[in-house]
Design a protein around this ligand. Sequence first.
Ligand code: BGC
Length: 753
Amino acid sequence: MKHFLSILALLTLVACQPKDPVERKIDRLIAQMTLDEKIAQMTQLSGGQITENLENQVRAGLGSMLNSMGEEADYYQRIAVEESRLGIPMIFARDVIHGYRTIYPIPLGQAATFDLALVEEAARLTAQEAMQAGIRWTFSPMVDISRDPRWGRIAESYGEDTYLASEMGAATVRGYQGKDSIVQMAACVKHFVGYGASEGGRDYNTTWIPEVQLRETYLPPFKAALDAGSLSLMCSFNDLNGVPLSANKHLMKDILRDEWQYDGLLVSDYASSENMIKHGNCADLKEATLLSINAQMEMDMESHAYLLHLKDLVKEGAVKEDLLDVCVRNILRMKFRLGLFDNPYCALETPNYYNSESLATTQRLAEESAVLLKNNGILPLNTKHSSQNTPMTVLVCGPLADSQHDQNGTWCFDKVDSATVTPLMSFRQWAKEGKIRLIEQPGKHWSREVSEANIEQLKRLAKQAEVVLYFGGEESILSGEARCRAHLDLPGDQSEQLRTLKATGKPVVLTVMAGRPLCIGADIDAVDAVLYAFHGGTMQGPALANLIMGKVAPSGRLPVTFPQAEGQIPIYYNKKNSGRPTYNPVLYDDIPVGAAQFSIGADSYWLEYGDKPLYPFGYGLTYTTFEYGPVTLSDTILLQASSPHRLIATCTIKNTGHCEAVAIPQLYIRDLVGALTRPVRELKGFQRVSIPAGESRTVTFEITEEELAYWHLADGITLGADGAYAFSAEKGDFHVWIAPNSAEGEPAKFALR
Ligand code: BGC
């Protein structure tokens, strides 16, 4: 009874709390809305042209339009504000994925920078440009964990690692939305959830992900983006464990709403409710509507499902109108947070695109995103390579050497190709300044083309040059949505071109501009140096020229494991050991010697490739060398549940080469024994540290119990009675590395007691 009374007192207290003024405004609006107006508010339709039908939808209270911008957006907004009954402004959305006009590196490239501050700044500048066209809602960041480079959308992701993707996604949300109480551009974290695990790397495909793995690997980046304040979230296309996300109540209700208490806006993916008919979990659009609304999908993007069927479902009693009120409330709240009721017209008459701040930031991001994979000493180029102290003669060639369109990568509808600066354009500038002599053969239009005449011409020109700079990779259309590849090679005859060039005896530097990791070990073996640069955006040309000429030292690190061959996929660093792991003294030094000997000849590897990838996660060279000292710990024991208890891990890194460069020490931890088996390493922190030649820097990382916790079943072995999962650390022994990448370093040891 006493218990009952205190609950009653609490409820009365909550009921008496003065309501937030915005919530009161929302109450008033909802009270005035008809059923039709609520449904219209829960609908998003494509703009891009002015039609009578769209005008009428807007007059009837349409909630949002996608792909309508500038004058057109203002035209429709005027109808919404002045001619719809309640004058509720619309919100204009677009896929502003890695820049609006000024294009930044693709997200996979951004992840390679490990530079959260710069990524946040790029998102802030992106929002500023997009807002000038009236866009207040972007469908970004995409935080799908991507461990399959065949999947074209890996380009839009931050790669394979949950921690890195969480940090990158949160930084991007902060950048888009800004720090003011009026949000500049709403983020929409997507695609909820598991989309990157599509079978065979095929888009829109089936996924099977056990709950523990969902929680450990796929959900945390979403939680991090929502905690960073993302005003919205988009569901994914995939069928997850038999239920497409557009109707997946477990994810959208149990986890998103009940467990995480998310009160932001959940939007479908493009026609994803309608797609469920083809998935085969509903017979028609009306049933799809019922399933989606029951999963509290609040806004229907382009399925027309809610417009056509929601009213009937409410009238028939299959859906309660209260549920629509919850949805409309979340939509209106976002509009208030964006200040749209006070300032509905956002497009500027004279926008200031491609300003110097944006160009400088994208150039820096492109410089930081390029990963030096190999260097036999040819880089950086300088006139010392030249025989008579005259400028070095450089042949710039390859399909991506001068492709203003392709170096921007996937998902950039609004760029102006002519504003893009290519590598060839930049080297022309270096030639003009007398620093090099330039021979140019930018090559074919498409990376996929094959041409013998081109190869002959390349051979002829290479003979006249002292060094060959080859810019190859994938044209932009080969990655992104519905751009999955079964062979991850250099398309067309690029490999043959590289071999022909190398056969001339001239050093060849290969720069790869691509939307994904490629399996190009043989090409890498054939050349002298390799910069893996992803698609780097508007200023990738000057960025690459600066790196190649040594004005800037490379600092990118791989955000994803590079396989040797497609047959190794999925391959990622934070795997678990098999029962017979390959014996590798670095990674598996905790295995007792006897067991290791036993495993030789009977372990887990590929006959053709052994157990190693082409390059591990976190890998990248620069123009100097770093020596990592041993990891020291402030204690060998971390005490459980005595707060606050933490260990400090320390490592001194020495620059043993001849130029200043950035080291990216990475903190990895391994839990040696778990009730559920644990990965061989997990990233838990990283830093970017610039170290002058000959100097040392000491880095420190804090380790708390939280870094050791993982998702497991509540009682350790079986699912708890209430289906509960626990996120907690188990007592036992741990290894900790502070290492230059996921495959190197010696661990220190400690125990959680
Ligand atoms: C994509 C989303 C995108 C949406 C709107 C869909 O096809 O999966 O990522 O935001 O279209 O353009």
